[in-house]
Design a protein around this ligand. Sequence first.
Ligand code: UN1
Length: 496
Amino acid sequence: MPETIKNYIAGKWIDADQGKTFKSLNPADHREVVGIVPDSTAEDVNKAVAAARKAFPAWRDTPAPKRGEILFRAAEILVKRKAELGELVCREMGKVLAESLGDVQEAIDMAYYMGGEGRRLNGETVPSELPNKDARSLRVPIGVFALITPWNFPTAIPSWKIAPALVAGNTIVFKPAEETPVCATRLVEILVETGLPPGVLNLVHGFGAQAGEPLVRHQEIDGVSFTGSNEVGEKLAALCGSSHKDFMMETGGKNPIIIMDDANLELAVEGALWGAFGTTGQRCTAASRLIVQNGIYDRFLQAFTQRATQLKLGNGLNKGIDVGPIISKAQHEKVLSYLKIGQEEGATLHLGGHSYVEGDCVHGTFIEPTIFTDVNPKMRIAQEEIFGPVVSIIRARDLKEAIDIANGIPFGLSSAIYSNDVNTTATAERDLDTGLVYINASTIGAEIQLPFGGTKKTGLGPREAGGRGGALDLYTKWKIIYRDYSGRLQKAQIDE
Ligand code: UN1
């Protein structure tokens, strides 16, 4: 039975102003409607922003440790309901059950971590150059944040944004991806259950053009955090720049794994398989390029192909499935178009290359794990983000050439190298121009206690997640306080 969901505005669950709805489907079986969803417009956005604005002063003035406690409570509820939520993620987004549970776990980790930040939102106290004067910095909230999230991590990525925004004292209008609205609703329900005051967190469902863009354009929005495509992100960046809104985007990736001649072959094969075909390649951290040194090339290709052939496609709720569906028909078309492009460019289609329509998969949107060989690093399939189970294998003579190929793209999110030589891996650590570098591990699986994000066209603005230079730099601004208790006029830089 499909679930009818609502927007959450000013502490109430309500339908879209115009009463319209759309459907969220199970990508493994499009006959299953997971949710009937409010199709919101600027009217709904306006109500939500007004509610968030109204709630802001009291939330800002709530002690940060108390705001943190709400996140601890949310984490506890998430722990109790992890199995149920994981199943929902699997039904609505399609990733296999173990990965769906991992998605929820990442939200749990983030809620606990950011809950703790409630007691650590520290600034600096420094000596003043004048007597009887204090100098210190404070982190203060920005105001009302628009949070726009993608479908590929339907609980984890919303938690990356909601948890730090809340603990820092901002109020929120959350516009989740239209493909995974039920997962987003469940997360909001859990936060509501913790006793979050009305208006602090508002949820508006809908599409980018009708709901997302009016939200970002709204003059009462102070900050925007967006994860999704470069195309949309760059448009939002321009809008935010011209209206002085704080902005962060996390967009594309085209992540390489370098496999050197001295690598542990088995380890490299397993890492490449997990990076390329885990989450059906629908991660911004997915390994979509394997740069393999000549001496190990043939052995690697043989072992990798053999393992890729064994992967089982299907509904991720079923046992033994390794690769789930592609999220939607539109995305399925896009991936198929790249399979054509690759062949037209002269790459060799080494494995896969078609829709997968065996058995029940005929009702979903599946694509076979696909390997291209004879790929020139400048081909479109080696430069552009495909976001599907498609990997390009590229040959390299030596470390220098491998790193040049790895860096020779517009993106810079994640990279990895497999080698047992410490000099090789240390050089790669230094020279790979990506936000994340993995040594003898795949390109996916970043942990939440360190910043997450990349270089070049992968993103803009402060990084997400925890640690120094992470999300708190986006969700707070600095306020500097000078307090003079000398009782006389003191002149900085002038008084002796
Ligand atoms: C994403 O694909 O947008 O490092 C996020 C990883 C996950 C997050 C991926 N922890 O692969």
